[in-house]
Design a protein around this ligand. Sequence first.
Ligand code: N01
Length: 565
Amino acid sequence: MSASKSSVSMDQHEVDVIIVGAGFGGLYSIYKLRELGFRVQAFDAAPSVGGTWFWNRYPGARCDVESLQYSFSFSEQLQAEWRWTERYAAQSEILRYLEHVADRFDLRPYIQLNTRVKSACFNEATGRWDIQTDDDKRWSAAFCVMATGPLSQPQLPDIPAIATFEGRAFHTSRWPEEQVDFTGQRVGVIGTGSTGVQLIPALAESAKEVVVFQRTPNFVVPAVNRALKDNELEFWRKHYPQIRHDERFSRTGVWDPLRGTRSAMEFNDAEREYLYRAAWDRGGFGFQATFPDLLTNMEANKTAADFVRARIREAVKDPETAEALCPKDYPFAAKRLCVYSGYYETFNKPNVRLVDLRREPIKRVTPQGVTTDKSDIPLDVLVFATGFDALTGALKNIDIRGRKDKSLRTLWSDGPVSYLGLCVAGFPNLFMLSGPGSPAALSNAVVTIEHHVDLVARCLNDLRTKGMTHIEATGEAQREWCDEVRALADQTLMTQAKSWYNRPPQEGKPRIFVPFVGGVGVYRERCDDIITSGYEGFDLYAHGVEAMRAAAQTATPSACIIAGE
Ligand code: N01
């Protein structure tokens, strides 16, 4: 980048932008920034591109957002030539798609695989980021784009003696590439979130016994997956421009023409039942959009919760198991809704057993299995579907230091702060894709990723055009954004469940609610306003100019005076 005046040492490789991650976000960043003429280098710890879709290859893994929407929109040619085979794509199909994207747009030369970024430190003397990778190479870049994914750092449960288990043990997000055979095996599964509800029915097909350890039951609505037909694909191709536009300005990044617009309480019981039934039979997240007030009005919410609980009791033959599977102590969809067909019916199989950890807590793992406070449960395999150190884990895993050696890890020790979920005050020229404080966690991830990458690209281009080199969120804008994110969340029922995006208050620490609940479209309009108003809430400055001014004033040529300080 012409404006970046670096004083990089000889053993440092120099580029304009370092991109961390080669999943949806990393791949599109490479494409977009290279298109604008920036020199980029991407890294990924995995041996392949694909990000989350490389790692999460557990049996049953499938996207629960429809494939025709969970896909890139930036290239009409790509959109026209790729043929999705099912309404919800399996992990292997999405991985093939991302590999195709990497090849089709010739992105691989800019990606170094099998390489983890260890640290990224802002060098105040050069005004650039110094990056260290685990192959002991050092890089210098004007900008960093963290395409690390909100759900990429696996989390093991804090169960005593977990390492003593002598059978095979897997975390769903670090599943081996080779096929795992469960025939004749007794398999224990800990965790019943979106991952667990996909995995458990798949395991039940071949395992001798599946023991499901459930701490909190989830609301699971049917997906109703099916093969896509030619005429359906034709319809989408014809209407894609409008559909993609609607996705971008929708609430969740999903086009849903059947989304309800009137309160659940405007209908009588029979009408509501009819509308819920229709949404249930169509399958997918649309059920949550039957009425717009399900997450803001407890009375309305209870009608949806009652409907789903009735379906669970219908589906599960053993009444005790059915009751244990019914969520009762938090509002419907306050935890992320799970979407999968046949989950509840799986518990009718003779080889599947539910252990309700609320009535029978796990005491410890043993070499032979799991001991609860009622029994010893022998197992050959233990699977942890226990989720992620969500939203911040992957970023905290890298030693990121901003101005004055400020550590992101330390700054976020009591929960993340950001401006727009995109930037952090004190960390100039560092961008997070799908960061905490953005709507990403509550949206169609591909739509929010494309939006963030487009924002970053626009910003870098604007800086170049204006003769600027640096952008940094102000502390004040960051505080106001975090307050707004909290205040919006308080208007919903989503704070009434513990989830990977809502940590209730604990030990004197305040509640942390991470995503922006205002919706994808509102967020987009807000970002557009910020940019057109001249990057409100950001300081933009030219490092070289400031350095020269500082040199004249202080006779220290390497000094860097940051605007706004
Ligand atoms: O993880 P989770 P996930 N003892 O955190 C339980 C996305 N995703 O991997 O609820 C016993 O939701 C924990 O119990 P509790 C999607 O955004 C997308 O399932 O804390 N249990 C919970 O049941 C999703 O939301 C797709 O009481 C313990 C489970 O582990 C996100 O990833 C597919 C425990 C963790 O559930 C995360 O989903 C799959 C303990 N000590 C996932 N600790 C798509 O289709 C934790 N648990 C796109």
